[in-house]
Design a protein around this ligand. Structure first.
Ligand SMILES: C[S@@+](CC[C@H](N)C(=O)[O-])C[C@H]1O[C@@H](n2cnc3c(N)ncnc32)[C@H](O)[C@@H]1O
Length: 305
């Protein structure tokens, strides 16, 4: 188990403060690169839509943030409920709901660890967990999985999109290590060194960094695969674990803070990196690249027994 210097209460408080303060800006940043988002996300969108969509069915979106994934399924006719800790994020989600004039989606502001889900017992066909689990203390993940198990119908499906890591990362092969070294060096030069030394950041990004913004909330870290398996063992079958983004997503997020011309160029590079990620995941296992603090974004499909 990861060592923690703070209490779980403090962890959740820090998360809430961070998302209330910066969540809106992060959501805004994603609106700056629509074509890039489409390129990076369309494969996975087809995959989660096939897996989770059920005509007239119901879907729970946990850690729903600004609600864009809830909206995706609501627009396809599912009854959707989204839950998130941050009131600011829930406000953004409700704005989106109004914009699309949808009645079949609702949002609730609540810490999911404390969430009273009794009224939803076996109420959902599907659950979407996108980039949420890695914001929860490791020793509370079982609580989240137990809640998901209790609100899902038997045979119900769960799609996770989370950064994963191996509990005891191996070394990979000499080839995967070489690929990793070169790839990491390239990404570091382009996403960190060049923007800093060439002054490529835009004014709004600089202002947000000055008021404390970083691309990560204070305690987030990849979820260990073994911990995930342990949380699933009583109620879920793991159908698939698949690497989705190695360096491309982080690179894309860096590009969102750049001035317009640089952003356009970096967006094109990010798409190339996405294809590089896909090649890497075909040639090697995602876990060959696992390192303690590295975010390798994976999709995981689960089925409720
Ligand atoms: C990275 S965002 C993901 C948002 C959305 N699912 C997406 O994929 O864009 C993580 C979200 O988890 C929420 N969150 C963090 N801890 C939470 C908790 N204990 N209960 C509910 N939501 C939480 C944050 O407020 C934030 O909106």
């Amino acid at each position: 188990m990861t060592e923690k210097a703070i209490t779980n209460e403090q962890w959740h408080e820090d998360e809430k403060v961070w998302w209330n303060k910066y969540g809106h800006y992060m959501t805004f940043q994603w609106t700056l690169t629509p074509e890039l988002n489409e390129a990076l996300r369309s494969d996975m969108r087809d995959d989660y839509t096939d897996f989770l969509h059920k005509p007239s069915g119901s879907l729970l979106d946990i850690g729903c943030g600004g609600g864009w994934l809830s909206m995706h399924f609501a627009m396809k006719g599912m009854n959707v409920h989204g839950v998130d800790l941050s009131q600011e994020q829930i406000n953004d989600a409700n704005v989106l709901k109004e914009k699309h004039s949808l009645q079949n989606v609702s949002f609730e502001c609540c810490d999911l660890v404390q969430w009273d889900c009794q009224k939803f017992e076996q109420g959902f066909d599907s659950v979407f967990v996108s980039a949420f689990l890695h914001h929860v203390p490791e020793d509370e993940l079982q609580i989240i999985f137990d809640k998901i198990a209790s609100v899902l119908k038997p045979g119900g499906r769960v799609y996770l999109y989370e950064p994963l890591c191996e509990s005891a990362p191996g070394q990979g092969s000499p080839i995967s290590r070489g690929v990793d070294f070169l790839y990491k060096a390239f990404v570091y030069v382009f996403s960190t060194l060049l923007p800093k030394h060439l002054g490529l950041y835009n004014e709004e990004y600089i202002q947000n960094v000055e008021r404390g913004y970083q691309m990560c909330s204070p305690h987030e870290r990849p979820v260990e695969l073994d911990v995930l398996k342990k949380c699933c063992r009583d109620s879920f079958d793991i159908i698939e674990v698949k690497g989705r983004h190695l360096f491309s997503l982080g690179f894309a997020m860096h590009s969102m803070g750049l001035k317009e011309t640089a952003r356009a160029i970096y967006s094109k590079i990010a798409v190339v990196l996405y294809w590089a990620d896909k090649c890497v995941f075909r040639l090697f296992r995602w876990s060959d690249f696992s390192q303690p603090k590295r975010f390798i974004l994976c999709s995981v499909k689960l089925k409720r027994r």
